[in-house]
Write a protein that binds this ligand. Structure first.
Ligand SMILES: Nc1ncnc2c1ncn2[C@@H]1O[C@H](COP(=O)(O)OP(=O)(O)OP(=O)(O)O)[C@@H](O)[C@H]1O
Length: 608
């Protein structure tokens, strides 16, 4: 099957989609947020940030001074040539070469400062975003539909771009201010009044015509750049998002290659990737248009600005009232004042990209600050037990899943949780862990010091050494090599003992059942007081499953177990059952659960 791009509505998406994060932004709000980010870095890293900023901005001012001196030497060369003064030409050329060398050294040092500051800004912002995103509960959003798009890109690329464009722009603005200061006076002096004939027949005199024209041209340039640049910023925010979507879908196709090939989904995956790319192409058209318009307006106004002084002053040169070199200086001074006053317009593309990066960081910042208020009261019990009262668990959409009037999971008890698919078993675990906010009631958690461990339905096996996988979430040096050898034997993966220190893509190398056993080994190492297993052995054959429950009973005799399972086979390993059905629960004691049952089962398994 090949789905065409228009089938999927790419045009509509790009043409009509206004990023939710863009709608309420304006340029001053963005600038205020940039200042907040900057202030954050300066507060965090003031010992380095303050001197680096001072040096970098100072370097901008030095740069414009060097440029001025160099241009003056060039003007002296021209003036010396006009009057055939050889020593003056040679002296001016020598001066020009000195300023060229100084300018090169200056640029090198400025780059070093800029790169140092960039990585320091990035380090401060990345550290903060990682702390708030990965380090807190903000990491998990039950409402995936409303979750922030591609936070990973915001942390990685947007923070990088923020530092990049900020460091490009900030010194440029300081250079502009210095240039404006240095050249303003000169242009003011060179500016004579200009008589302008009016269509009505009269004549008005523009005082300091060159100066006024330089400022007016700069204002026109800035306003036109802003009008075009607003769209450019918006399109760049869209571009960042759809690029991230493209990368994400390709990454997912790589991750699930086996499932896709077995399911025959290659054509659909290709269509999905083409659709993602089509969005990028559709966005590229207006993006190109606005970038091209920005560039054209910038060049047009810059070039016009470069001829205005000649147009106004050449009669004075022809009349012998002004030297050619002075015309050059007037031209440079006009250009400098125009560029300095209108520096936002000449740097508008960088400013637009800086706004786009800062908007995306801001949305992540706001999203991390947002706390979904929980309907549940979580408290610490004074005994080592979980106790729930008047619990009503709901879906994110507000539909009731089930309610529990009263339930206590005491020390050493073994509970089996059952119910139809979608009845809310995993959500019950989410409530018990405190990450599910939708519903009401009280959950008392075991007294301080009790350790609780949740093993979810889908094992999470990040890349790393086998020891890191087994010790997760503790570091691998938290356990001795002998512990790893023992648990690998317990979970019947002795063959991997030689690979304990080997870094591999274990999620790809291990079968789903083996992955589940690796996750069970974490519990054997961590020895929690309460262990919640969400269909943690669903991929195992009955014999291996029995062996795993036998090991759990042997190695963790005092651990309270809460197991979600669909199979009757596990009844014998539990003392109580919680059945979720028809919006309520039924609680029963399982009389057949005896130590003997475990041992008999285990012996049978070994004899099979
Ligand atoms: N993160 C989430 N956001 C929104 N709804 C969710 C989320 N997780 C689960 N649900 C919804 O809550 C309901 C209960 O889901 P839950 O995972 O608890 O079911 P379950 O009983 O464990 O199912 P199964 O036996 O199939 O694993 C389902 O309708 C599901 O769609």
């Amino acid at each position: 099957m090949t789905a065409s791009v228009s089938d999927i509505g790419a045009d509509a998406v790009v043409a009509t989609e206004c990023p939710p994060d863009f709608a309420h932004r304006n340029v001053w709000g963005d600038v205020a947020y940039m200042v907040r980010l900057l202030a954050f870095h300066v507060r965090r890293d003031w010992i380095f940030a303050v001197p680096l900023w001072v040096l970098l901005l100072g370097a901008g001012a030095v740069g414009s001074y060097l440029q001025l001196r160099y241009i003056r030497e060039l003007a002296n060369v021209t003036n010396g040539l006009v009057v055939s003064n050889r020593p003056a030409v040679v002296a001016a050329l020598t001066g020009a070469v000195v300023f060229i060398v100084l300018t090169a050294i200056h640029h090198g040092l400025q780059s070093a400062l800029a790169y140092t500051l960039r990585i320091r800004i990035r380090t401060a912002l990345t550290g903060e975003l990682l702390r708030r995103w990965l380090g807190g509960r903000g990491f998990y959003r039950p409402l995936q539909d409303h979750a922030l798009d591609h936070p990973e890109q915001r942390v990685q690329e947007d923070v990088y771009n923020f530092g990049l464009y900020l460091i490009q722009l900030a010194p440029a603005l300081v250079t502009s201010a210095t240039t404006f200061y240095l050249y303003s006076n000169q242009l003011w002096l060179l500016s004579s009044p200009l008589p302008v004939s009016m269509p009505s027949g009269g004549q008005i005199i523009i005082p300091r015509a060159l100066y006024v024209l330089a400022i007016a041209t700069a204002i026109v340039a800035t306003l036109s750049a802003h009008l075009i640049g607003r769209i450019y910023t918006r399109l760049d925010v869209v571009r960042q998002r759809i690029e991230a979507g493209f990368r994400h879908d390709l990454g997912q196709a790589r991750e699930f290659a086996e499932q896709i090939v077995l399911g025959g989904g290659q054509a659909l995956e290709e269509a999905r990737a083409r659709h993602d790319y089509a969005l990028i192409r559709r966005n590229w058209r207006p993006y190109t248009g606005s970038a091209a318009s920005l560039e054209a307006v910038r060049v047009l106004i810059t070039l016009l600005a470069s001829v205005i002084p000649t147009v106004l002053l050449f009669p004075l040169v022809l009349a012998g009232k002004m030297q050619v070199g002075d015309l050059t200086i007037a031209g440079v001074a006009f250009g400098a004042v125009f560029h300095a006053f209108g520096s936002i317009s000449t740097n508008y593309d960088g400013f637009a990209l800086l706004r786009s990066a800062s908007q995306r960081i801001q949305l992540m910042d706001e999203s991390l600050s947002y706390e979904q208020s929980s309907g549940f009261v979580h408290a610490a019990a004074d005994r080592p037990e979980f106790a729930v009262r008047d619990l009503e668990v709901r879906t994110a959409a507000g539909h009731k899943l089930f309610s529990i009037d009263k339930l206590t999971i005491g020390a050493g008890e073994r509970w089996l949780v059952r119910g139809m698919s979608g009845s809310g078993k995993s959500t019950f675990f989410r409530v018990m862990s405190g990450i599910w906010p939708f519903g009401s009631g009280t959950v008392e958690h075991p007294s301080q010091g009790s350790r609780v461990m949740f093993l979810p339905q889908k094992p999470y096996l990040p890349n790393g050494t086998l020891a890191e996988l087994l010790s997760y979430p503790s570091p691998s040096d938290a356990f001795a090599p002998a512990d790893y050898r023992a648990v690998l034997t317990d979970i019947r993966l002795e063959r991997l003992i030689g690979d304990i220190g080997a870094a591999r893509s274990w999620a790809k190398r291990l079968s789903p059942g083996e992955q589940q056993r690796v996750v069970l080994a974490r519990a054997l190492l961590q020895k929690p007081d309460f262990l919640f297993l969400d269909e943690a052995t669903s991929s195992l054959d009955p014999k291996t499953e029995a062996a795993m429950f036998d090991v759990l009973a042997r190695r963790l005799p005092d651990t309270s177990l809460v197991t979600i399972a669909h199979t009757d086979r596990l009844t014998r390993y539990h003392s109580h059952q919680l059945q979720i059905e028809n919006g309520g629960v039924t609680i029963a004691e399982l009389k057949g659960a005896a130590e003997g049952a475990l041992i008999n089962q285990s012996e049978r398994s070994h004899n099979d």
